[in-house]
Design a protein around this ligand. Structure first.
Ligand SMILES: [Zn+2]
Length: 608
């Protein structure tokens, strides 16, 4: 291999929004010393944190290669990969390609006259064999006048660019390059420090009267609580800088974690406005948004640095199967809301309301009796991420059930140790042994195996947790939450409206018609023979519309049998349906009146 000239980066990309209206990025990639046998280029099939094969290379609409001003043949090897012909004379090899970017999510890339957003997994081809050298990116301002005032927000370190400016940025490796999403546009921006580390909150999309000061203050409290959680002595954050990249839209919700940033999408109505500053109470939407920020931020430790061994390193071309997402997503879901109450951002009552909702959602589907959270984790690629109308009857969420497993572990450890230990100690031990040096050590971090997780839980939690793993992690036995919460003065109630007549199906709409979206196993609709997708036409001869089923059923009692007409595709069918009581759990938690404050997981354990 010819040694590249000084100051010439081994791998250099340029990226520019070339045609905003056509949603096309133009990318060039120059490799100073391409492989002699013909350089191979590969685009990831999935993005870490979102466990589904997405085949991002399908959005590359054109690609060509050149060297010394001469075209070089490119052969396509498979759906993600190309190989350039060996070069006839020494020199750099340059690829020119265009990427279609019209996916309004945190997982891919999106470009129009309002903004540019991209993840490296969507736009940066990997230079096979040279993943561990420095990767330099020149971000160029689009020529379109719409972009004249755009700025750049990313946690990717600047090389020759001002903060928030176009110019060159650099990553130490390909793995680092694709872990810093980029937003370009006329965004709102606020900066705060959490235990000395600068944090940016970036909001793209139109949000009139946005209260950034309030958002910054709440996020600062959450971030400082989490930094102190993992490093109680030093309060040292694992990154030099952190960026919350947020896209506000009419309706949306999602987030994706990265090592020093997160990409978020939220409903504009979830963000605080200056008009509501007088009110101390936070709306459910704002609490949900803060919970999302808290969740993705917790991932900075739990999954970005403490990782399943199979993710270290990732194989981005195929599924990476792990039975541990209940720990990485479930425990993160447990601590996201807990950090809101521990940081004082929400009240204990608001926390119990969130917890009641989670318990109710786990109890809702019969899928919990068929799939364990270990299985749900392993099959995330084809089941959790590809849910169909039968999901409630066939799978369990490793997020919600995983968070209740965290609660059960936490309560168990606290009870056994008389309040001296808690799940916090387990998380800190995971951090110290597997996470803290992941990006810092001389050797690349190796992640944690399922067997190591169990050994560590036994050691820190005070042994004999194996039966718990058997029953609740690898098995589907119900969690004894009421029994575990009782010693902490917390009682659980289920106030479902069992006297209210119900189909036990989720209703959707199709124009002005009522369409069954989910039919719950064992429920009235299922027993009558109705199916998800059926369009209800009439109940006892009276027309069903998109909105009137509940009032029609109000004339009947639980146990009555009604005649239902429904279309399945274009065929009219008749069903005899025996109404049953409401089966949607309405779980509430209450603190024993004799106790002023819950001394359970709302607080760190007594030892600290
Ligand atoms: Zn997550």
């Amino acid at each position: 291999m010819k040694k590249p000239a000084r100051n010439t980066p081994a791998i250099a990309y340029t990226i520019v929004g070339k045609d905003l209206a056509a949603h096309l990025f133009e990318v060039t990639l120059t490799v100073a010393a391409p492989a002699a046998e013909g350089q191979v280029f590969v685009l990831p099939a999935w993005i870490p944190g979102s466990y589904m094969i997405r085949e991002f290379a399908r959005n590359i609409v054109s690609i060509r290669a050149e060297s010394n001003g001469q075209p070089v043949a490119l052969a396509k090897l498979d759906k993600h990969s190309w190989q350039a012909a060996p070069l006839k004379e020494a020199g750099a090899l340059t690829l020119h390609y265009e990427v279609y970017a019209w996916d309004l999510s945190v997982r891919a890339a999106h470009l129009d006259q309002n903004h540019a957003f991209f993840n490296g997994t969507s736009v940066f081809l990997r230079v096979q064999g040279q993943e561990d050298v420095q990767h330099v990116v020149d971000m160029q301002r689009p020529a379109d006048p719409a972009a004249a005032t755009w700025r750049v927000a990313t946690s990717l370190p600047e090389l020759k660019a001002k903060r928030y400016g176009f110019g060159t940025y650099a990553a130490a490796s390909y793995d680092a390059l694709i872990d810093h999403p980029v937003e370009q546009g006329d965004f709102a921006l606020a900066t705060f420090k959490a235990h000395g580390v600068p944090h940016d909150i970036v909001i793209s999309g139109r949000v009139p009267n946005l209260d950034l000061a309030r958002l910054s203050a709440d996020l600062k409290a959450i971030c400082e609580t989490q930094i102190a959680f993992f490093e109680p002595k030093t309060k040292k954050a694992p990154m030099d800088r952190y960026v919350f990249l947020t896209l506000a839209v009419g309706d949306g919700y999602g987030g994706l974690e990265h090592r020093a940033s997160t990409a978020l999408i939220c409903a504009r109505s979830d963000l605080p406005t200056k008009a509501s500053v007088q009110s101390k109470d936070k709306s459910d939407g704002y609490i949900q948004f803060l919970g999302l920020c808290s969740h993705e931020y917790f991932h900075t430790w739990n999954v970005k640095r403490i990782k399943p061994a199979v993710f270290a390193p990732y194989d981005l071309q195929v599924e990476n199967y792990s039975p541990l997402l209940w720990l990485f997503e479930g425990f993160t879901s447990y601590y996201d809301d807990l950090m809101l109450v521990r940081s004082g951002v929400i009240s204990e009552a608001a926390y119990f309301k969130l917890l009641g909702k989670t318990i109710g959602s786990v109890l809702r589907g019969s899928g919990r009796t068929k799939q364990s959270v270990a299985e749900s984790s392993f099959d995330a690629w084809t089941k959790y991420y590809r849910q169909d109308e039968n999901a409630a009857n066939s799978i369990i969420s490793y997020y919600t059930k995983g968070s209740l497993i965290a609660l059960a572990f936490d309560l168990t450890i606290r009870a056994k140790s008389a309040g001296k230990k808690s799940l916090d100690d387990v998380m800190q031990a995971l951090w110290q042994r597997f996470g803290r040096d992941f990006y810092e050590g001389a050797a690349r971090g190796r992640g944690v195996t399922p067997a190591e997780v169990e050994v560590l839980f036994d050691e820190i939690g005070g042994s004999r947790l194996k039966p718990f793993f058997e029953k609740h992690v690898r098995g589907t036995e119900e969690l004894p939450l009421a029994k575990l919460l009782a010693p902490f003065g917390v009682t659980i109630k289920d106030d479902r409206k069992s006297g209210k007549p119900s189909f036990d199906a989720n209703l959707g709409r199709d124009g002005n018609d009522c369409k069954l979206s989910v039919v719950h196993e064992g429920g009235a609709a299922h027993r009558s023979g109705l199916s998800a997708g059926d369009i209800l036409v009439a109940v006892d001869g009276l027309r069903v519309s998109a909105t009137n089923l509940e009032s029609l059923l109000g004339r009947y009692a639980v146990g009555d049998t009604i005649e239902v007409h429904a279309f399945r595709r274009d065929e009219l069918m008749t069903f005899k349906l025996k109404l049953q009581g409401e089966r949607i759990p309405a779980v509430t938690l209450a603190l024993d009146a004799t106790r002023k404050k819950a001394n359970g997981p709302l607080r760190p354990s007594a030892a600290r």
